[in-house]
Ligand binder design. Structure first.
Ligand code: R5P
Length: 319
């Protein structure tokens, strides 16, 4: 068997049908092998997954990494099913109705890691009103019971998982986003559209050596936000707004309007997670000059690979 970069035999990186390219490039960066899990839907919409039997030896002989999003809701279910399929293989619980292959083998111990490019439900990170559940925590509690550690890319608010009782590494694609902005946009100024994105956006600004400021935002409802007026020194400047995610595009459009009112020459938007719900891309097209995202979610603006960031977290988690 081929020797991998870190001294293990060839560790497998697995994924279902979504995110295959990302998982394959992650495997390449880590010097591991890529295994495609068969995943499809039954006619009623329920999910089906099957790990190919040719990969059982690899999965049992080395720690295994599953790359999977907890988005949309079917992604949560698929992640659970794929993790449990891998766990069964490592537990040696292979008994099957057709009687194919080995039925029972020994348990090879812990070694199932989950890399989550986009962690769905991250924004419900507090109990805003009585009777709500903290959805971000619920997801981690379910998944934490069936894997031995997780790497999460640009989680909206990492604090929500601070107390969890399994290993978690938080990683960020901001270094790769900064690199891409330097190549494509060469901005003068980086703007965080709200206080929550200050750490991320200021990281991009300091990597590129660009000026930085932020806005204060009030969210009225899911579709309406207001930015508090603030003087920004952007006259004649090329500005990039950096956030963790773009959903409806409302935050970016309003921030861009504020920048243009203050004389910005051009305005670009960059984020890790491009959700682009409800016609966001066409709305953004009339407010910004360019949009850049990672491949944590499949979308037409995904130009930055999130594999290097996930690889950084997995190296820390596993070695
Ligand atoms: C919220 O705090 C997030 O960081 C984003 O700013 C927000 O989710 C973007 O949503 P939208 O594109 O719908 O304004």
């Amino acid at each position: 068997m081929k020797e991998a970069q870190f001294g293990f035999l060839y560790m497998p990186v697995l994924s279902g049908s979504s995110g295959r390219d990302l998982a394959a490039s992650l495997a390449e960066i880590l010097g591991m092998s890529y295994v495609a899990i068969e995943s499809r839907k039954f006619p009623d919409g329920e999910g089906y997954v099957r790990v190919p039997s040719e990969s059982f030896d690899e999965i049992r002989s080395e720690p295994a990494i599953l790359v999977s999003n907890t988005f949309p809701d079917s992604g949560i279910m698929r992640t659970i099913l794929m993790l449990e399929a891998i766990n069964d293989i490592r537990r040696g619980d292979l008994e099957n109705y057709k009687g194919e292959g080995d039925q029972h083998l020994n348990h090879v111990g812990p070694g199932v890691f989950l890399a989550i490019p986009y962690y769905g439900y991250a924004r419900q990170d507090k109990r805003f009103s009585p009777g709500e559940t903290i959805s971000a925590r619920v997801i981690s509690e379910v998944l934490g019971k069936i894997c031995d550690g997780m790497v999460i890319l640009d989680l909206h608010e990492p604090k929500v998982l601070e107390d969890c009782d399994f290993p978690v590494k938080f990683v960020s694609s901001m270094p790769e986003i900064a690199e891409r902005l330097k190549e494509e946009v060469d901005p003068d100024f980086i703007l965080s559209p709200d206080k929550g994105a200050i750490d991320r956006a200021s990281e991009v600004a300091s990597i590129g050596g660009w000026e930085f400021s932020y806005l204060e935002k009030t969210r009225i409802d899911a579709h309406t936000i207001e930015h508090q007026a603030k003087d920004l020194d952007v006259e004649g400047k090329v500005v990039a707004i950096v956030d963790d995610m773009i959903s409806t595009g409302g935050t970016i459009c309003r921030a861009s309007d504020a920048l243009r009112r203050q004389g910005a020459k051009s305005v670009h938007a960059a984020c890790t997670h491009g959700l682009f719900t409800g016609g966001a891309l066409s709305k953004l097209a009339s407010h910004v000059d360019g949009v850049y995202t990672t491949d944590s979610l499949r979308n037409p603006r995904s130009v930055v690979s999130s594999a290097p960031a996930l690889a950084r977290g997995l190296r820390e988690l596993i070695y």
